[in-house]
Design a protein around this ligand. Structure first.
Ligand SMILES: Nc1ncnc2c1ncn2[C@@H]1O[C@H](COP(=O)(O)OP(=O)(O)OP(=O)(O)O)[C@@H](O)[C@H]1O
Ligand SMILES: [Mg+2]
Length: 452
């Protein structure tokens, strides 16, 4: 339900507008002046504000400026009398959505509100679209394992059941989560991803639940959390087993009650989303070792989906290769991998799973000018990869001082892990157990080339 705030000192206007808008199924708040209105915004995540131009204490234009400074995402509609229409025009230049002239036409009010809300949700959608552009793969594979996953996606998408996706790095957990969202009734709503491993423990609460301005040092403006942003859609808690026990306790409470408070806020916020979680950790083991709450596990694990590693579904390899090669095709330029080349790829174990395969295919299709990618090219690049990833002989370090050898080892390890993770800094940092900023520093220090 969209939330609307009316700021007007005339009780008559407040009552009339409240009645109309409540009939249209909006949740309506009202305030008698700018101060009261701004105070209310600290408590409520409002979508649209109707603001009188002429207000006591603080003029409408000043209130508008204040709103746009603090909450640029909220659309503001001005109400103006005929005498101050020039001010209303100025307001639109300052970022107001539009203005209404008194006497108010009911029809105009409702249309404008509808347009403003549509504008807000279009913006949200745009942001979502931009993030989903990085994940436009189809789900390829006809192995029994993949067929089972497809069936699970189809069965569970329509329900609201929580889903827990388990599988190694690069097996396709995020892709599965996105497919479920797209097949669900919430497909038009947001898909909000939280990478629990990439957020330091001190910030995770604010990331998930949001905060009020001034809730802690550095909280310079009110901020919506991911829970709130996922309202009406799907919340994807990625790398869920990497959350601290402290954060797990808070998440458990919030998903049990579907209710939480922003940090520094008093009101509890009710949300409605479908929850999907994923991890590449052995979660049973995490529970045994006391690193993951069993009660949270039971909550999340309503529908488990286990994604097998690529080496356990060799039947899929051919289809995946064909798919990724086809995807790489430039302007009409078709490339294929020779059957012998494919055989070589089939023998490799793909520890980085589908992500590694996808990167590899991209690499060899870019690196060869021929239309048919010959086995020696495949062997060459696969060999390069194996060399760079399996060089662990002490001979490599012969004649080196300890510090020099340590640096060399560190550089090799970083290069290998970065490649395995698609040069994704936060993921690689997580695997290595360091902060992304730390990894950035090391990339600079060792002069490592980022290939993406
Ligand atoms: N069945 C599939 N068909 C085609 N592409 C796939 C398939 N599974 C995964 N991919 C692609 O492989 C890449 C890695 O997948 P994804 O990010 O979903 O893996 P993940 O399990 O979340 O990995 P990680 O644990 O490292 O986060 C993505 O580009 C994705 O689109
Ligand atoms: Mg992932």
């Amino acid at each position: 339900m969209s939330k609307i705030l009316i700021i007007d000192d005339e009780p008559g206007i407040r009552t009339v507008l409240t009645d109309i808008l409540e009939d249209e199924n909006y949740q309506v708040f009202s305030a008698v002046d700018g101060f009261e209105g701004l105070a209310l915004l600290k408590q409520e995540a409002v979508d649209v504000i109707i603001l009188d131009v002429w207000l006591p204490n603080m003029g409408g234009i000043d209130v508008l400026k204040e709103i746009k400074k603090e909450y640029p995402e909220i659309e503001v509609i001005l109400i103006s009398g005929h005498a101050n229409i020039d001010i209303a025009v100025k307001a639109v230049k300052l970022g107001a959505f539009d203005f209404l002239e008194k006497p108010l036409s009911l029809e105009k009010v409702t249309t404008l509100i509808r347009n403003a809300i549509e504008m807000e949700s279009l913006r949200k959608e745009n942001r979502n679209l931009r993030s989903s552009l990085f994940m436009d793969d189809e789900m390829i594979g006809k192995s029994p394992g993949m067929m089972k996953i497809q069936a699970l996606i189809n069965q569970s998408a329509a329900s609201n059941a929580k889903i827990l996706i388990l599988g190694d790095n690069g097996t396709g957990k995020e892709l599965i989560a996105r497919k479920i969202h797209l097949k669900s009734q919430r497909a038009d709503g947001p898909f909000v991803e939280v990478n629990c491993a990439a957020i330091p423990d001190t910030l995770i609460e604010s990331e998930l639940f949001g905060h009020e301005k001034g809730a802690f040092t550095g909280a310079i403006a009110r901020r919506k959390g991911k829970f709130e942003m996922a309202h009406g859609g799907t919340l994807f808690l990625d790398e869920v087993a990497d959350m601290s026990l402290n954060a797990q306790a808070k998440v458990l409470r919030a998903i049990q009650e579907l209710k939480f408070e922003r940090i520094g806020g008093e009101k509890s916020i009710t949300v409605d989303f479908r929850l999907i979680a994923a991890t590449n950790k052995d979660i049973q083991n995490e529970i045994r070792e006391g690193r993951f709450r069993e009660d949270l596990y039971f909550r999340l694990n309503v529908v488990p989906i286990f994604v097998p590693p690529l080496k356990d579904r060799p039947e899929d390899l051919k289809d995946l290769i064909a798919y990724f090669v086809e995807k790489q095709r430039g302007d009409g330029e078709v490339k294929t991998i020779s059957p012998e080349g494919i055989k070589i790829l089939e023998k490799y174990s793909w520890p980085g799973n589908i992500r590694e395969l996808k990167n590899f295919i991209e690499r060899i299709t870019i690196m060869t000018d021929e239309n048919v990618i010959l086995p020696d090219i495949v062997t060459y690049y696969l060999g390069e990869k194996q060399q760079s990833t399996t060089s662990n002989s002490l001979k490599d370090f012969e004649g080196m001082k300890l510090n020099e050898a340590k640096d060399r080892f560190e550089r090799m390890l970083l290069m290998q892990k970065l490649e395995e993770h698609d040069y994704n800094i936060s993921q690689t940092a997580q695997i290595l157990g360091i902060y992304p900023s730390n990894l950035h520093g090391k990339i600079k220090k060792f002069n490592i080339e980022i290939k993406k």
